[in-house]
Design a protein around this ligand. Structure first.
Ligand code: DGL
Length: 264
């Protein structure tokens, strides 16, 4: 048994989709969520910048004696997780990457689509996943600019965001893709809109729950699951704490209070 907290971080509030799945699967775990909102979007940063930012966040989370860190961001995982594992061998990390393997096994038409930030769409890591698991499939890599910003600014339900989605999803609608992966942790907050645009013939895959299950599995293996009837939920940001609290509360429909400002 280990009641120390689990740390999670993202470029902003998107990683809260994984926070939510983790809280629901592991209700006795205390969680510390870090939103690097002062540096969002990660999709436009170089790998070197991502190495630097993510290492700073890990050092910040280490102050809270976290027992595991979830990199709740596809862009940071594909560009920086190997680097973090080398730089912090004492920390156990869980990352999130587009669910290419699942999509390849579930498609009936042979066409799959991955929605992500442009940085993830263009990453060698995604190319590797496709070569390994979907070499015989047609893969649409849909890199979308600006969606995470819409979620960050509290515009997830605005008509402009719907229009942005419609424009970017047009190639998927016009294709015979029958399975679509959400390869950015901000996107599950837009899931109902994405579903409406793609129609009932397309199944959407969100990695939040599989990531939470992986956290549970790793903690179980170390005998490090918490047994705490009163777990705590703490939030930090490099952005504006009041804004993050408001947007996060609205997205989660859960009162996110006491967000702290973090200078990393
Ligand atoms: N939420 C992040 C992801 O999963 C990235 C958004 C961004 O900052 O570009 O990729």
């Amino acid at each position: 048994m280990d009641n120390r907290p689990v740390g999670l971080f993202d470029s902003g509030v998107g990683g809260l989709t994984i926070w939510r799945a983790t809280k629901s699967l592991l209700p006795q775990e205390s969680l510390i969520f870090f939103a690097d909102s002062g540096n969002v979007p990660y999709g436009q940063k170089s790998p070197a910048e991502l190495h630097d930012l993510t290492a700073r966040i890990v050092r910040f989370l280490q102050r809270f004696d976290v027992k595991l860190i979830v990199v709740a961001c596809n862009t940071a995982t594909v560009h920086a997780l190997d680097h973090l594992r080398t730089a912090f061998p004492e920390i156990q990390f869980v990352g999130v990457v587009p669910v290419v393997k699942t999509l390849a096994s579930q498609t009936h038409t042979g066409t799959i689509a991955v929605l992500s930030t442009p940085a993830t769409a263009e990453s060698p890591y995604l190319t590797g996943l496709i070569e390994e698991f979907a070499a015989d499939k047609r893969v649409l890599r849909v890199g979308i600019d600006g969606l995470e910003d819409a979620v960050e600014s509290g515009e997830a339900r605005s008509p402009q965001t719907t229009a942005l989605l419609e424009r970017n999803l047009a190639p998927v609608v016009e294709s015979d893709a029958d399975v679509v992966g959400l390869g950015c942790t901000h996107y599950p907050f837009l899931r109902d809109r994405i579903e409406r645009i793609l129609g009932p013939g397309v199944r959407i895959y969100d990695p939040s729950e599989p990531v939470a299950r992986r956290v549970r599995q790793l903690l179980e293996q170390r005998d490090a699951l918490a047994q705490d009837e009163h777990p705590t939920y703490r939030f930090f940001t490099t952005g504006d704490p009041a804004h993050v609290a408001e947007v996060a509360s609205d997205l989660l429909r859960f009162p996110v209070t006491g967000v702290g400002y973090a200078d990393i």
